[in-house]
Structure formats: C-alpha cells, structure tokens
Write a protein that binds this ligand. Sequence first.
Ligand code: HEM
Length: 436
Amino acid sequence: MDTSKHTVISTQEMPIVTIPNAANLASALDFFSAVRDLGEPVVHTFNGAMETYVINDPEMIRQIFVTKQGHFIKGRGLQEIRPLVGNGVLTSEKTEHKTQRAMMQPHFNMAHIGTYTDKMVEMTLQTMDHWQEGEVRDTTDDMMEITMDIITHTMFGTSVKEFIEEIRESMHVALTKFSARVREPHKLTAADEASMRQAVVTLNTVIAKIIEDRRQHPQEGSRDLLSILLRTGMSDEELRDQVMTIFLAGHETTANTLAWTWYLLSQHPEVEQKLWHELDTVLGGRPATYEDYNKLTYTHLIIQESMRLYPAAWVVGRTVDEDVQIGNYQFSKGQNVSMSQWAMHRNPAYYDRPDAFLPERFDGDLLKRIPSYAYFPFGGGPRVCIGNNFALLEAALVLATVGQRYKLVLEDADQLEPEPLITLRPKNLRMRVVKR
Ligand code: HEM
C-alpha cells in the first residue's frame, strides 16, 4: 500500500482484510494484535457483525481524539450501552456534551479529588475487615466491592452495599449482552434480550435509591457530585443518566485495573518486594494520607505498567460524523474506526519486551520518547476520561492499603481468563489472602 506523503487513500476502496488464522484466534484481544502485526496504519476489517477500520498509528489516533475530534461521534460500543447510561456525559455529543462536561469538570480536579483520600482508605479497610486470612477469594469481585463503595460514598454520599449481589449479577449480564450486541448480534436470543432488560431495571432501581436517599435527606452545604447535579434542576431522566454513568464508569474500570495489578504482582515477587518496601518506608504502618500519595512513586509505576499490559478500556471506537482526512486516509460519514489500547500498548515498536511486566520502564522519559498516543489508557482530547485523576489516586490508595496488610496469592491459575467485554476484566481470578 502506498502511504507516501501526498497520496490520499480512499478508505472506501480499501478491501476488507482477512486476518490469517482468524478462526483460531482465542479472543478479540488476539484479533487486534494480529491486525496490528500486519504493520499497516489502517486495516479495514469485518468480524461478521461490524465493519471497522482499525487504526494502528499513534499520530492518527491523536488526530481522531484531539485535532479532528469534531468529525467523530462515540462508536458502536458506547451507542449500544445507551439503554443503560442514557445520554450522560459518557455518551452525549457536541454542545450537549460540552455543557455536561463543563458542569462536572471542577468536581474532578485534583484539588477536589484529594479531599476523598480518607474515604478511599476507609472504604478499603472496611471491606478488608470481612476477609479471613488464608481463604481463597475472587479478587475481581473484591476490587469491585471496594471501588463501588468508594464511588457511591464520594460522589453520592451514600451506600448501595446491601444490593451488591444484584448489582454484580446485573452488571455482568449488561456487559456481556451489550457487547454481544456489537460483536455477535446474530447469537442473541429473546431470553438474552429479556435478561438485558431485567438488568437495566435492577440497576435503575439502585440508581433511583441513590437519588431518593438524597432527596429525603438533603445535605446542606454538601459539595459532592450529586448535590451539584441536583442544584442544576435537571429532569429526573437526565439525573438518572448522569448518576448511572458515574456509577458504572466510576467503578468497573478501576476495579479491573486493580484486579489485574494483584494478578501481576502475584507473578512477580521482585516487584511485590519493592512495593512492600515502599509502603513500609513511606507509610510505616499507618493509613495513607493525601500527602503520601506523591511519595508512593513505585506504586504509581506499577499502576502505569499494569494499565499498559491490561488496559481496562482495551478498545475505543468512534463513528465518522462528517467526512474527514486522517493522516493520508479519507474517511466518510458512517464509517467506524477502532483503536485498541491492548494492541498498541504491546506494540514492539514502542516497548522493549512488550509482554513483560516491568514497572521501571515508566521511571524516566519513556512517555516523552514514544508518540503520545502509543500509551492511552484514558483516551484523549476533550473526551479524555474525566475520572483519570480519581482513578489513579484510588488505585494507589487501594493498592497501598491492602498491600500493607496482605499478599494475594494466585490459585487455580488455569482458570483465569481475560474477558474482553466493554471493559477488560480478569475472569475467575481466585487469590488466597495471606498475611504479609
Ligand atoms: C483505571 C480506571 C479507568 C480507566 C482505564 C478509564 C478509561 C476511560 C476511557 C478510555 C475513556 C474514554 C472513552 C472514549 O473516548 O470513548 C473514559 C471516559 C470516561 N470515564 Fe473513565 N476510566 C477509568 C476510571 C474512571 C473513573 C474513576 C470515573 C469516574 C469517577 C470515570 C468516568 C469517565 C467518564 C464520565 C467518561 C466520559 C468522559 C467524556 O466523554 O467526556 N472513569 N474512561
């Protein structure tokens, strides 16, 4: 293919590429790696359900996220979860998105997020109190419980812990079925559709409880997100959409990131030792405070490297809304583009030993040496994750708080599987809780 400077390539004329061995690829993750390994900036693919142009070039990704973002709307994956998150800040578009984002942004600035430190630590300690030393637990579920407690307490000043089983179940149904809608719609049965609707009803009930709680017990002077949303006078439906969006986007991804991090630590005792050393030196056995956060530098490297290898958002899509040229390629309205953090973060062109877990690689100028969108766990541009600072603080504090007390040891390693749905979660992550 000619990608010389002045030739503009019409994507409409690009043939659909057949991925060698596609039938034998275990998962969508392998599919995106195989597409990357073709060595082309853009690959036109069709997986039987969705036609998309996979973008493998960081500079083109930058244009899609930043300079030419106005030509795109959110992709199919997020369109499909609208029944769940409605028209909240994750899914809304154009001026509506701009208004919603501007209203919420101050709430996510570091100065404000920092005030949640004690709550984050407290919620982690509380959940850990129910763990028995020596028992084998599902670490993904545990991390989900902690991050759910944290998001509901910090953003909405309430708890939904009593519904945790229903929430877990409904989230799993929603995530599996909604992503099947994108990838394997022909396989969805009437029963699947019914369970999807039921999951939405259950989650709606939880969100309604959060809102009702506050309406019944207004908190004078409260500065949490829910009070800000209530003060804007938005309709019940708009309110539901925003609360559901923050509830879902605000706990699933961080939980998966933490779960993957525990898995990686269990496989790398030398990294685990260094983490413990840092925790003992900086914290000396006391709970972490906001002042400690910037001192937990190795903890932060571990999280960066964990998000490189197991990015919770493993693929992001956009749909072309207005014809646009990206790099040398001409795209037309209605086409889909996909950008995979999974494939990019393991690209040997940017990372030595791409599959190895080496937190030290981020200690230095790596992020300055590689193109900016060779690492994009939080996306980019005006639609960059609004919760990125929140997530990084939370991940560090949970890691530090659990890591001060316990070591998690992988059991039933052969059962563990990456489950690439809308997010990338470790399925069957069974770990034994051992006192350090
Ligand atoms: C490690 C944890 C997290 C990861 C990896 C992550 C990743 C992402 C990514 C990649 C996007 C961009 C999606 C796109 O461009 O289509 C995004 C958007 C978003 N995230 Fe996160 N996220 C995390 C944590 C959080 C948290 C803790 C919150 C809330 C407290 C949150 C709320 C949101 C919202 C509201 C958006 C939509 C922003 C917009 O479109 O303006 N995320 N996230």
